[in-house]
Design a protein around this ligand. Structure first.
Ligand code: 6PG
Length: 229
């Protein structure tokens, strides 16, 4: 357990972290949950393992926590990562695949996603962590952190890739009963300490994302967790 009640799943290697996250995804898919996928590169292996372990995702529905404003086949697209590592490897597709249409531009894509999320229940949120403490496309000290009524908003990038973003908001991400951060590697150790071992604050957006009515877990390898007590 970290100081703010986040359950810490500390494993030795990156592969073990991916396997743990894959297991969570598979359980959620089998249970027909609404799953919010993360972008970035870290979840790629977890997606592969999850597809291997359970090729039938017919009961699940998929959402994305954030997206880069690029076409879905662009190599920077979060949807593309999930398609290549997960969806293309399944025998049965999820009953709903709610991707963020980044190619519409940030304003229009965010408005469309916000409407799609109206009344939607999110069950399991998978998130990553940037070295600056961002999660999804919620960057440090940005106005996106103060949004309380919309579920998705446009966002400006503060790190590479420097393309406009669309991100779920703090209340949307916190609405899920299961929030799982998957974080690996030494380069994230300081951000992990700030997000999970220090008081929450707008300078570390990931510290603001905690399940409002359920469980938040941090799945980290020993390198990423090295600065936690
Ligand atoms: C994105 C994200 C972002 C990501 C972190 C970690 O679209 O960029 O969703 O929040 O999860 O930046 O990225 P890596 O896994 O590539 O380190």
């Amino acid at each position: 357990m970290t100081s703010d009640g986040v359950e810490l799943v500390r494993v030795e290697t990156e592969e073990e972290a991916a396997a743990f996250a894959a297991g969570e995804l598979v359980a959620a898919a089998r249970a027909g949950r609404a799953i919010v996928l993360s972008g970035g590169t870290t979840p790629a292996r977890a997606y592969e393992l999850a597809a291997q372990e359970e090729p039938d995702w017919g009961a699940a529905s998929l959402w994305w926590g954030d997206e880069r404003c690029v076409p879905p086949d662009d190599e920077r697209s979060n949807y593309r990562l999930a398609r290549e590592r997960l969806l293309d490897r399944l025998s049965v597709q999820p009953r709903a695949v709610k991707r963020i249409r980044g190619e519409l531009g940030a304003e229009a894509a965010a408005a469309e996603y916000d409407r799609a999320l109206d009344g939607a229940r999110l069950d399991v949120v998978l998130l990553g962590l940037g070295p600056d403490g961002h999660t999804a496309s919620l960057f440090p000290d940005q106005p996106t952190l103060d949004e309380r009524s919309r579920r998705a908003v446009p966002a400006e990038p503060r790190l590479d890739p420097f393309v406009d973003r669309v991100t779920m908001t703090v209340p949307a991400l916190c609405s899920a009963p299961e929030v799982v951060f998957l974080v690996t590697g030494e380069a994230k150790a300081e951000a992990v300490e700030r997000a999970f071992g220090a008081p929450p604050g707008r300078e570390t957006p990931a510290s603001l994302i905690r399940s409002a009515r359920g469980r938040t877990r941090l799945v980290a390898d020993s390198a990423a967790a090295s600065r936690l007590g």
